[in-house]
Design a protein around this ligand. Structure first.
Ligand code: OVV
Length: 420
């Protein structure tokens, strides 16, 4: 049977968009399974190609030099978030959920909600969290020391944030694993319509109504924190007429979206790096005052959020290359944080280096609003380990899980060897 094969339309050269004039083009799919399982090679290839690269597979830009990523994040007027911080352009496609009123928004709308969130997470507001977080970390370390082996992900990196963060927000203890499923949806939705995204979003019907219910004011419980929980603090801004009740619900949703999987990722990375680099653990264990520096090095090297996007709000230039209004820019934080121009011996896990200038939390007006909580959780856990654990022994290679924006461990069997 013969079929009529339509002629391939030949584009008229003068009408072919040439967004890439002067810039290198790369046909890699950075959301393929292979890349997501080996992000370092992608980071290196991206930086080596130049400060800005056209990704022909998706028709977007990618940047991975430290100074360039910092410049783009720092300039919300040219590089906006309101069209989404993923590959999808909210001006063209319907977002999978009502957009975040904190993350997926530009000034001036952004500033009112940001202010409310900042107030709930000042050092003063968080002072009451420290004691329960340290207590829980110490108790978990004791339990793990009683066991022959444990899974670094399930039994520590997930177990700890799933206990302390919802406690801090004021959620009851029911069905907390749903928070991990929701977090995976939120972070995987950042990418293209690949298998990772589809598999995560398939859980929407089972999890979204639960999350929505948990964000309501009357679902929040009294916490044992002095004052009240983070959720209730957000709702107090309704009483003060700063935000509406519906906005408060969406801000609690932001806490539940961004507050758990991110710290799961950083704790998992810490366990992987310390088990694979025992001499670095020796430094922290022998001097727990080094924990604070070590946290920054874990964040730098692992970059839990490996990439988020911005959208050009105007025709502009990045590193001398013309970028058009509406173009999506993949800002590869993991590449920036391992840029050898900025970090000597960048691939090495070195707890003594000056890692504090990393942009694992982003930078600019959207810089992670929860970073003090994240650092507190990491500090509590690594300090508890440093006090009791001689060595963190890996019984297998801890492997990464493919994620469209989060670099998180999949599993890793480990053993804690107690100090004498
Ligand atoms: C993935 C992510 C990061 C930060 C904030 C939010 C989500 C949000 O839902 O506001």
């Amino acid at each position: 049977m013969s079929e009529i094969i339509p002629p391939i339309p030949v584009p008229v050269p003068s009408l072919v968009p040439s967004p890439v004039r002067g810039a290198p083009t790369w046909d890699i799919d950075p959301y393929s399974r292979d890349v997501l399982l080996n992000l370092e090679a992608w980071y290196d290839g991206l930086r080596e190609r130049g400060p800005i690269v056209w990704l022909s597979h998706y028709g977007c830009w990618a940047i991975g030099h430290f100074e360039v990523v910092r410049e783009v994040f720092a300039d919300w007027q040219r590089f906006g978030s309101a069209r989404g911080v993923g590959l999808a352009d909210f001006a063209r496609e319907q977002p999978w959920r009502p957009p975040s009123i904190l993350l997926e928004v530009d000034p001036p709308d952004h500033d009112r909600t940001r202010k409310v969130m900042m107030r709930t997470m000042t050092p003063r507001a968080l002072a009451g969290l420290e004691a329960p977080m340290r207590r829980e970390a110490e108790a978990l370390v004791e339990r793990l020391l009683q066991r022959d082996t444990f899974d670094a992900v399930k039994d520590l990196a997930e177990a700890y944030p799933l206990k302390v963060f919802p406690d801090a927000v004021g959620l009851n203890a029911d069905d907390r694993e749903k928070l991990l499923i929701y977090g995976a949806m939120v972070f995987n939705a950042i990418g293209p319509d690949n298998e990772v995204r589809r598999e995560s979003l398939a859980n929407a019907a089972a999890v979204v109504p639960w999350i929505t219910a948990k964000c309501a004011r009357d679902a929040l419980i009294e916490t044992d924190l002095p004052g009240s929980g983070l959720g209730e603090l957000i709702y107090q801004a309704v009483d003060d007429d700063e935000i509406t009740e519906a906005e408060a619900g969406l801000l609690v949703r932001s806490l539940l979206s961004a507050g758990i999987d991110t710290t799961v990722a950083s704790l998992g990375a810490a366990l992987k790096y310390f088990s694979e680099n025992p001499s670095e653990w020796d430094i922290v264990r022998d001097d727990p005052t080094q924990v604070r520096k070590a946290i920054e090095e874990v964040l730098r090297l692992s970059s839990p959020v490996h990439a988020f996007f911005r959208t050009a709000s105007v025709d502009t230039e990045i590193s001398g290359i013309t970028v058009s209004e509406g173009d999506k820019i993949m800002c590869v934080l993991g590449a920036a944080n391992t840029d050898p121009e900025k970090w000597p011996d960048a691939a090495r896990f070195d707890v003594t280096r000056k890692a504090a200038g990393h942009i694992a939390f982003g930078t600019g007006i959207h810089v992670c609003v929860g970073m003090a909580v994240a650092r507190l959780e990491m500090d509590a856990m690594l300090t508890a380990l440093a006090e009791r654990v001689e060595r963190i022994e890996a019984l297998e290679v801890a492997t990464w899980r493919p994620g469209n924006s989060l670099r998180t461990l999949d599993h890793g069997r480990m053993r804690l060897i107690a100090k004498k």
